[in-house]
Write a protein that binds this ligand. Structure first.
Ligand code: ARG
Length: 270
């Protein structure tokens, strides 16, 4: 009964991927990173999307920006309009103009760069008409008002409380226009109550699913691409009529990112 809708994604090959600084608890610069393996794993993700019929566009990676592979953070794009990120950390600040330039030269007229810290789809997830917005670690809560004004969509503020789940897309996945999956302990009590109220039928992830970044997933309405270690979540998704597709992005997890982080959805005006 579930139907897939073709998606338009932007990705960035992890040519210069590395962990040389630490801006979240997953990043340990002392641990070795295999960049070639990261590229191979990322290519598999890209192939999964293409095999599912999605369009994948590529932005050129920039030497010296090891986190640029996490394209989700570059912007939020809805109705063909782009709100470009403003990163919290100095190490990532230069990614924003790169994403802005790409969007500008690829049909997104006049991308707007956020005025206050806003880490793009890392913290902004569209579910139907609602824009769920995370704060607590990265995006400034004032960016939620800025996004609501820019997109003219109701923004629901959610507060993250566990530093391991520092972006909204590490603790919540959008499965279709009405359905989400999330990990309640990552949210403040009030935000948990908001999520229960809005999404009483949500899929609830286990601790084990969350630890392997199972919620850092993308969905086309039917096929849910997620880290392969999230086996409880995959089973729950199957029960609900979704088709989970597991991928291994273990190298990228060393930077605190996985499937969704690598994927920026470009939503056209239609
Ligand atoms: N190392 C990156 C950072 O800390 C990972 C970003 C992950 N992206 C995401 N959408 N959650 O900013």
């Amino acid at each position: 009964m579930r139907t897939a809708r073709n998606r338009h994604y932007l990705m960035c090959r992890p040519t210069y991927f590395d962990v040389v600084y630490s801006i979240n608890p997953w990043m340990d610069p002392a641990k070795p990173v295999d960049t070639a393996l990261a590229v191979t794993q990322w290519e598999q993700l890209r192939r999964v999307y293409e095999d599912l019929g999605h369009t994948v566009e590529l932005i050129d990676p920039v030497d010296g920006l090891p986190d640029m592979v996490f394209a989700a953070n570059g912007a939020t794009v809805i109705d063909g309009r782009a709100l470009v990120a403003k990163f919290r950390d100095a190490e990532r600040v230069a990614e924003a103009p790169a994403y802005r330039d790409w969007l500008h030269t690829h049909g997104f007229a006049d991308p707007r760069t956020a005025e206050v810290v806003n880490e793009g789809e890392g913290d902004y997830l569209l579910v139907g008409d609602l824009l769920l917005a995370g704060t607590g670690f990265r995006s400034d809560p004032r960016s939620h008002a800025e996004a609501q004004e820019f997109f003219g969509r109701p923004v629901i503020s959610l507060t993250l409380v566990d530093p391991d789940y520092y972006h909204l897309d590490t603790a919540l996945a959008v499965l279709d226009d009405e359905t989400i999956a999330y990990y309640p302990p990552a949210f403040s009590p009030g935000s948990q109550a908001v999520l229960r109220r809005l999404f009483p039928e949500a899929v609830i992830a286990t601790d084990a699913d969350a630890r392997v970044f199972g919620l850092n997933a993308t969905s086309d309405g039917l096929n849910v691409v997620l880290p392969q270690g999230a086996t409880d979540l995959a089973a729950q998704l199957r029960t609900r009529g979704f088709a989970p597709v597991g991928v291994d992005l273990s190298e990228l997890l060393k930077a605190g990112g996985s499937v969704k982080c690598c994927t920026l959805e470009l939503r056209s005006g239609s």
